[in-house]
Design a protein around this ligand. Structure first.
Ligand SMILES: Nc1ncnc2c1ncn2[C@@H]1O[C@H](COP(=O)(O)OP(=O)(O)OP(=O)(O)O)[C@@H](O)[C@H]1O
Length: 589
């Protein structure tokens, strides 16, 4: 960081935490990885990106003027402190801010009118404070996903928001009044309760409009109109169905020559295994069920520089090669005309409605990390769910660890540690971003970590497992109810660390490997667990033991005892730093 920004940040800390600077000082740099600036993260860059100072008993005031001199700041979280005073207008100078969490503090005064200038804001949470007065108009922040302001003293009407994008919204227990805005997206009653002056849906007290002659006529006639309109709608629907059906029929003779037994003629998802048929190197697929013309759906292409304007027909025409059949579906390598290879995953038995699936895909698409493979496109009909990714040619972590027994690829300790650190960091980012949406990876394993030629990992298939499809952990897991899907990811990540350290395969959701490692460690033969290749390479036993300890924390049978992904990433990065330091020292000797 620049000296000016450092000074300003220290000033911010002095104001918010009188008497304790939490290691923020001019003598060190907040972006130096060995630094002790509490809660500061530069995400590998030279400027401060994140400041997380939750639960530190901070009692001072929020000096936004100083804070926002750290121009790159994206995330600030001060949840669960005792910060007092107002949130200053200068907050709008933090122009890169995407997340602002101030929940459970003693803030008071107005929510600054300048706040909606933060056009990049995605999550704003100010609940459980004493904010008062009217809220400004937030509709210009089109990307706002979260607005939580419950348990304050806010008043006036609920202002404009871009409601169609909001995922979480709560203004309960304030003094809002007037009608609840009509929103495209429904929020539960609990988002509005506790505001005696509010009225309208979804609350049970309707807004009192002065009854006009017309409206009372309307009331009487509404039942009649309902039947008339539904009659029109039914006739319209029949006409549309007939037209679509005719169109399909005229196309059908050509198709039936090619497709011997199309999946879509059956309504049972289990019988659709030949959807991408590899007959003559040509994939065949039918998107419309003749029985249910309404169920036709289209391929939704998300923003992707890889396949601009990809169409479903392009996928149909392209040669497809079966790559693997997993528990949750089948993966095909599809080669487009342009020569680009795509990975198309057909998901099996995912009991999620089309809308739920679409929502989930959109939420995941909002969050990008360079080490997480984005979904390029998806397709969802009643029978089918397909996901399209870029094809990675360099295989997976699974292949690298267990693929070539004669050790053609040298997967040394430094590379393994690097894979662990990058994967942990990427997963911590995803967990952080998708925590409120409750979307964890759900199926983390070494075959879902793809590698590029520099052995940089890329997590694939994030969030593709529905919650009710989630596999139960090892039998030793002590919680069966109320299982936290994020903590299940931590368990899976722990298994990946064990795989990296031992070079052994994970069977049976890892319970065998976990049991074996525990028994060896108990007998104090810890060195026996490590991959022979690592021992003969001369990797530091101390740091391998440290990484093993992180793995054991992750696979703790009690979910509550497991660290969160951020803590895991921090532990691994500190092991990596020790490793690098010792490399530098040995090079100097
Ligand atoms: N985008 C991709 N590019 C290249 N290979 C991939 C890609 N995605 C997955 N793979 C590889 O394809 C194979 C099959 O993947 P798939 O995800 O279907 O199976 P799985 O991970 O074993 O099972 P599951 O159904 O539980 O996810 C794996 O070896 C995986 O590493």
């Amino acid at each position: 960081e620049t000296e000016e920004a450092k000074r300003a940040l220290i000033q911010f800390m002095n104001n918010i935490s009188p008497g304790n600077s939490w290691g923020w000082n001019l003598a060190s740099d907040p972006c130096n990885t060995t630094t002790s600036w509490k809660g500061v993260d530069c995400l590998g860059s030279q400027s401060v990106k994140k400041i997380i100072l939750d639960q530190l008993n901070l009692t001072g005031v929020f000096d936004a003027g100083s804070l926002c001199l750290a121009r790159s700041l994206q995330v600030i979280s001060l949840n669960d402190n005792k910060v007092t005073g107002e949130l200053p207008q200068e907050i709008s100078k933090c122009s890169h801010l995407t997340h602002l969490y101030l929940q459970r503090n003693n803030f008071s005064g107005n929510v600054p009118a300048s706040l909606p200038k933060l056009g990049n804001l995605k999550r704003l949470a100010i609940s459980n404070n004493a904010f008062s007065g009217e809220l400004p108009d937030f509709s210009r922040i089109s990307g706002l996903l979260t607005f939580l302001a419950e348990n304050n003293k806010l008043s006036g009407t609920i202002p404009e928001f871009k409601f169609s994008n909001l995922q979480d919204f709560n203004v309960s227990n304030n003094n809002f009044s007037g009608p609840i805005p009509t929103v495209d997206r429904q929020f539960p009653t609990t988002s509005f309760l506790g505001n005696p002056g509010l009225c309208g849906e979804p609350l049970s007290n309707p807004c009192q409009a002065p009854p006009t002659q017309e409206s009372s006529k309307k009331k009487n006639g509404s039942k009649k109109q309902y039947f008339i309109y539904s009659g029109y709608a039914a006739i319209g629907l029949v006409i549309i169905l007939l037209v679509v059906f005719k169109a399909i029929k005229t196309r059908k003779p050509k198709e039936t020559n090619n497709v011997k037994k199309s999946d879509s003629t059956s309504s049972k998802p289990s019988s659709v295994s030949s959807e991408f048929k590899n007959g003559g190197n040509r994939s065949e697929y039918s998107i419309t069920s003749p029985d249910h013309p309404k169920t036709s759906a289209s391929l939704i292409v998300l923003s992707s520089p890889v396949v601009n304007g990809l169409k479903f027909e392009d996928l149909l025409k392209a040669p497809a090669e079966l790559v693997g059949r997993g528990k949750n579906g089948t993966l095909y390598k599809v080669t487009l005309n342009s020569g680009i290879n795509l990975a198309v995953k057909r998901i099996k038995d995912w009991e999620l409605s089309r809308d739920e699936f679409k929502n989930r895909m959109q939420m995941i698409d909002q969050v990008k990390h360079k080490n997480v493979l984005p979904v390029i496109a998806y397709y969802c009909s009643q029978q089918e769910k397909l996901l399209v990714y870029e094809f990675h040619h360099n295989g997976s972590l699974f292949k690298l660890l267990h693929g070539s027994q004669n050790g053609e690829e040298m997967f040394d300790w430094g590379s393994r540690l690097n894979v662990a650190a990058i994967t942990a960091n990427a997963l911590a980012f995803m967990h952080w971003e998708l925590k409120n949406d409750g979307i964890a990876h759900g199926n983390l394993k070494s075959s879902n970590i793809l590698l590029n030629k520099d052995l940089e990992p890329c997590i694939s298939e994030y969030g593709l497992m529905a919650i009710n499809n989630f596999p139960s952990e090892s039998e030793s897991s002590i919680e069966s109810n109320d299982s936290d899907i994020f903590k299940s990811d931590i368990y899976s990540f722990g298994l990946i660390l064990l795989e990296l350290l031992t070079g052994k395969l994970v069977h049976n959701r890892g319970s065998d490997l976990a049991r074996w490692v525990h028994s060896v460690v108990r007998e104090e033969w810890t060195a026996e667990v490590f991959d022979k290749a690592l021992i003969s390479e001369g990797a530091s036993e101390e740091r391998m033991v440290n990484l093993l300890q992180v793995a054991l924390k992750c696979i703790n049978p009690s979910q509550d005892e497991r660290p969160n992904m951020n803590q895991v990433a921090e532990m691994i990065i500190s092991i990596q730093e020790d490793d690098e330091k010792s490399l530098i020292n040995s090079a100097e000797l």
